[in-house]
Design a protein around this ligand. Structure first.
Ligand code: MD3
Ligand code: FE
Length: 221
C-alpha cells in the first residue's frame, strides 16, 4: 500500500480522534472526520466542478433530478432516458471525468479504515449538490459492479436529514442528521439498504453558502 499523506489522525491519541458512532450492523458515522482538512478540500472540489460542472440529469422516467451531479475518478455515475449506469466519459464534455485527487481518495480510504474496511480504493466519486428544497427519494445503490466494497460519504455545507431504511422500501427509516465535515461508511449487509435525503432546509453555510454538497466514494468498476 502506498503511504498516505493523510496521516492527520495517525499519531493522535484515540480519545482525540473523532469518535465513531455505529448506525447499522456494518455502518459507521464519523462526526467531523473531514474538518481538519476541509479548507484544503474546498479548492480541490472547485477545480473538479470547473472541469465537470454540476448538471441536473434526467431519470429513465423522464424527470429532471432536483440534485445537481458531477463526478471525478475513473468512473462517474450517470442517468438519462436509457437508464442508470457508470461511464468513464462525462456526457456533457465527451471527455474522461477529472482525476480523483489524492486528498479525496486518501480521505475516503482513511475513513473506511476507521470503520474496519481495509484496502478501500475508490474508482468513483459522485458529487451531489443540494440547494434548499432538493431531496433524494428512498432508493438502493445497485449500479456498482460488486457490493463487497463499502460506500463512503462526505457531507459539506448545509445540514441534511438522512433517511436510513431497511431492505424493503416500506421498512421504517432511521433519521440521521448529517453535518458539514461528517463522514459515513456503509458496508457489508447495510450496503443494499434503502436510503434517501429529506428536502434541504433554507440556511447559509459560512463556507458553502446556501447549498449542501455530498461526495460518495465508490468502487464501481
Ligand atoms: C446507504 N446520496 O448518491 S450519501 C447517492 O447525501 C446517495 O447525497 C445521499 O444516496 C446524499 O446514491 C446519501 C450516502 C449513501 C450512499 C450510498 C448508500 C448512503 C448509503 C448505500 C447504502 C446505504
Ligand atoms: Fe444512494
Amino acid at each position: 500500500m502506498q503511504p498516505s499523506h493523510f496521516d492527520l489522525f495517525a499519531d493522535h491519541e484515540p480519545e482525540q480522534q473523532p469518535r465513531a458512532e455505529q448506525i447499522g450492523e456494518q455502518s459507521w458515522l464519523l462526526r467531523g472526520f473531514a474538518l481538519p482538512i476541509v479548507d484544503q478540500l474546498l479548492p480541490v472540489l472547485a477545480a473538479i466542478l470547473a472541469a465537470a460542472p454540476l448538471r441536473h440529469m434526467v431519470t429513465p422516467g423522464g424527470f429532471s433530478m432536483s440534485v445537481g451531479t458531477s463526478s471525478c475518478g475513473h468512473l462517474g455515475w450517470i442517468t438519462d432516458r436509457s437508464g442508470y449506469r457508470y461511464s468513464s466519459v462525462d456526457p456533457l464534455s465527451g471527455q474522461p471525468w477529472p482525476d480523483m485527487p489524492l486528498i479525496l481518495s486518501d480521505l475516503a480510504h482513511c475513513a473506511a479504515e476507521r470503520a474496519g474496511f481495509a484496502d478501500f480504493y475508490p474508482d468513483s466519486c459522485l458529487i451531489n449538490q443540494y440547494v434548499p428544497g432538493a431531496k433524494m427519494s428512498l432508493h438502493q445503490d445497485k449500479d456498482e459492479r460488486a457490493y463487497a466494497a463499502p460506500i463512503v460519504s462526505l457531507s459539506l455545507g448545509l445540514p441534511a436529514m438522512f433517511l436510513f431504511g431497511g431492505f424493503n422500501r416500506n421498512d421504517r427509516s432511521q433519521r440521521i442528521p448529517l453535518l458539514h465535515g461528517d463522514m459515513v461508511i456503509w458496508g457489508g449487509v447495510d450496503r443494499l439498504r434503502f436510503h434517501g435525503v429529506l428536502p434541504i432546509k433554507h440556511g447559509q453555510h459560512p463556507q458553502l453558502g446556501e447549498q449542501r454538497i455530498n461526495l460518495t466514494f465508490r468502487l464501481a468498476g
